[in-house]
Design a protein around this ligand. Sequence first.
Ligand code: NAD
Length: 373
Amino acid sequence: MDVPIRMDDGHLKVFIGYRVQHNGVRGPAKGGIRYHPNVDIDEVRALAEAMTWKTAVVNIPFGGAKGGVTCDPSQMSMKELEKLTRKFTSRIHLILGPYRDVPAPDVNTNAQVMTWLFDEYSSAHGYTPACCTGKPIDLGGSLGREQATGRGVSFMVREAAKDMGLELAKLRVCVQGFGNVGSNAALLVQSLGCKIVGISDVKGGIYRASGLPVADVLAHMKKTGSVGGFPGADSVTNEELLESDCDVLIPAALECVLHGGNAARVRAKLIVEGANLPTTPSADEVFQKRGVVVVPDILANAGGVTCSYFEWAQNLQQTFWEEDHVNRELDKIMVKAYRTVADRAQVEQVQLRTAAYSVAVERVARAEKLRGT
Ligand code: NAD
């Protein structure tokens, strides 16, 4: 749809926005809104579908949706971003709502964008904090949301290692991407007793066989803008990091980084997909042949949407959970989902990815059948 706004210099600019609801049979459609120059209808459709399987695999009462506006937020002022968000919300508010479709932040959107969306929605429908998630704590956001995706990734490392008979204290872990997912996953996996030996960001990576102090690397990154140059560590490229000596690899940056060209050289025996779609189908085939275990994105990074479900539930009940309660509930849901998927993989002798899709599609199909749609 067209989203026209008056820019700061006075000219009228028409942006294109999308909201796709892929499936709502198990609950309100759920999914983020991204602001990026590459947003188009095909991308939004594909991401909306992925949300349907993600919410189904962790068995939370949501469907799948995604939205986006084709724009470059780095070239826009706060005032322009607010106008864009309010106008976009006013264009789609009739198809949103706590029981219809519940947006969340995604690439280049954040708690501030959700606040504008919540405010605009509430001015049309009355005070409705459950209309979106990822809000600031002061406006009904949930404690623990910031860390939730990384925390979920760390639970998956713990569970998969247990199944594989690997001792956490002996595991050497590499993490690609040191943003929200990568940094929290690294901190939490380290707190399980594992050694983080490699970390990278968009500018490059670092490796130290004796282990990296993750909190210090984070402080270094905040100060210098990159993990590069961390004292006492070797510099590696992002490509080298993926192939470096480790037991567990956590891709937590971009899609398609593990592909037919490098899969045979990946040395990790366990890959936990923090990012969405980091593994291409040809890499997946190689990993299967080599016996590398891959915990798939729709399960591994579902901690964020699971915590969004907690936020929505707290808002509907006008209540507020303590952080340790949030973390305990997250643990319960993620472990149950992992167990269901791992058991299915065992019974059907398939990879975890196939098992995860099989569990998710089955749940959605069963709900469709029961509802008679
Ligand atoms: P972010 O923007 O906070 O961090 C991204 C990180 O990746 C940064 O460290 C950045 O430097 C690095 N990066 C960017 N381009 C890179 C490149 N070319 N090579 C190597 N590193 C690069 O993003 P995030 O929220 O941590 O999300 C990371 C991934 O996880 C994305 O695929 C996202 O879709 C997925 N994901 C995020 C969440 C969440 O709750 N944030 C939930 C589910 C999935």
